[in-house]
Design a protein around this ligand. Structure first.
Ligand code: 6PG
Length: 477
């Protein structure tokens, strides 16, 4: 009998190819397939010596080359292409087989596909994969959803190729149906926030601190040694020290300042609106990209007056303050993202363990960072933690950082440097810790114009004021 593959990958653009190579390098026999056979051939020609690949030209041969239950990883562009591949493969599969969507699919699509395939006895496993091309090859962070049963068969292979921290895989069964893709989506939302906050820190160091990009690269390198240590800080230093070979200018000065997005950050915010979870820091990051990408409005507004010129506030005090603003705002963004995961877990009955999510983000993914260890510890200690901000470590970190954070937000406002991420994170923090919020006044307004009723602080029930009468008496609603 000819050799069968433990896993197959269809869709061999760079992510799919690198995942296939990663499986092969770990000693698994990998069936490979692509819409155009040239790519499949190229993979085997170039990397065939890395392990055992079983190339197939047709979907039928590909399926036939897999051991049962079959595990088919789909790595195509999210959206209609995924449905097309499912439609092509599902009829060829048998009950118990697994289709694993490793792209950045919307979790609602994953839920729909999972339910439809379940009826046919197939497992559909929406799987988040983070770490870009390099991660896919050398060890990504992997967030599989789908049934527990599918994880029993698939999990060991995924754990094998994932990044490891102290020998522990950055891969865990997140929860049923769309849970894996949901968590990957929130990962990306946090990624957007992290990047925006870092960009604001850079902007303030440059505009208010008067530092050059090369100097700021050194500052980031220093920060990377401390509590901010993370992949995104590390690569920021690399980008900032880059000089444009053509003009000799700092690279960051020759790049058009319009940030693009494929949409996962936007999905995160859309879902948060539905769930009613205030992820304001993540939303600011998405909106900041949108603002940067609106040249017409920016051009029209370019002449709007700013503050009267103030001298740069440079010095190490400013650097320390910005480090504090960055750390505190980052904590807020993660607190918001984890709260969203907890809310979705409840809404969809996923039973996600937030500590396990922090654990698998410690390496392999784009937001990998030292401080995820503390997030893991916080949720391990108390899985129902209402917000990360009240965990001992984070409470102390934010208390220590808050004066610098406030000075930075004030300085940004004074000098007219946009810092929406820092400012909104601080407003969130102050909102959350407020003993009384002006929401009471909003309730009064709602009751006034729409008889929407309100509750009282001193007794149960709903009430309404007869605003239109002279006496304006309160009545039970
Ligand atoms: C990852 C990344 C990856 C990608 C996203 C975000 O975890 O490996 O998040 O999924 O970079 O597509 O990209 P955009 O900024 O284009 O939305």
């Amino acid at each position: 009998m000819s050799e069968k593959a433990q896993i197959g990958v269809t869709g061999l653009a760079v992510m799919g190819r690198n995942l296939a190579r990663n499986f092969a390098r770990h000693g698994h026999t990998v069936a490979v397939h692509n819409r155009s056979y040239a790519r499949t051939k190229e993979l085997v020609e170039q990397f065939g010596d890395e392990g055992t690949f079983l190339p197939s030209e047709s979907a039928q041969d590909f399926v036939a080359s897999l051991e049962r239950p079959r595990r088919v990883v789909i790595m195509v562009k999210a959206g209609p292409a995924t449905d097309a591949v499912i439609d092509e493969f599902a009829p060829l599969l048998e009950p118990g087989d697994m289709l694993i969507d490793a792209g950045n699919a919307h979790f609602a699509d994953t839920r729909r596909r999972e339910a439809a395939l379940k009826e046919r006895g197939l497992h559909f496993v929406g799987t988040g994969v983070s770490g870009g091309e390099e991660g896919a090859l050398h060890g990504p962070s992997i967030m599989p959803g789908g049934s527990r049963e599918s994880y029993e068969s698939l999990g060991p292979l995924l754990e094998d190729i994932s990044a490891k921290v102290d020998g522990e895989p950055c891969c865990v069964h997140v929860g049923p149906d769309g849970a894996g893709h949901f968590v990957k989506m929130v990962h990306n939302g946090i990624e957007y926030a992290d990047m925006q906050l870092i960009a604001e820190a850079y902007d303030l160091l440059r505009q208010a601190g008067g530092h050059s990009p090369a100097e700021i690269a050194e500052i980031f390198k220093g920060w990377n040694e401390g509590r901010l240590g993370s992949y995104l800080i590390e690569i920021t230093a690399e980008v900032l020290k880059q000089a444009d070979p053509e003009t000799g200018q700092p690279f960051v000065d020759v790049v058009l300042d319009r940030a693009e997005q494929k949409g996962t950050g936007r999905w995160t915010v859309q879902s948060a609106l539905d769930l009613g979870v205030p992820i304001s820091g993540i939303a600011e990051a998405v909106f900041a990209r949108a603002l940067s990408g609106d040249p017409v409005a920016r051009e029209a507004a370019a002449g709007l007056p700013g503050p009267s010129a103030t001298a740069g506030a440079g010095g190490t005090g400013l650097q320390a303050d910005i480090e504090q603003a960055l750390f505190a705002s980052k904590i807020v963004a993660y607190a918001q993202g984890f709260q969203q995961i907890q809310a979705a877990s409840k809404e969809y009955g996923w039973d996600i363990d937030p500590g396990a999510m922090a654990k698998i983000w410690r390496d392999g993914c784009i937001i990998r960072a030292k401080f995820l260890d503390y997030i893991k510890q916080a949720y391990d200690k108390s899985p129902q933690l209402p917000t990360l901000l009240v965990d001992d470590y984070f409470l102390e970190a934010v208390s220590g950082a808050q004066q610098g954070w406030r000075r930075v937000v004030a300085l940004a406002a004074e000098q007219g440097v946009p810092a929406p991420g820092f400012a909104s994170a601080l407003a969130y923090y102050d909102g959350l810790r407020a003993k009384r919020l002006p929401a009471a006044l909003i309730q009064g307004q709602r009751d006034f114009f729409g008889a929407h009723t309100y509750q009282r602080v001193d007794k149960p029930g709903a009430f309404h004021v007869l605003w239109a009468t002279e006496d304006r008496n309160e009545v039970p609603a």
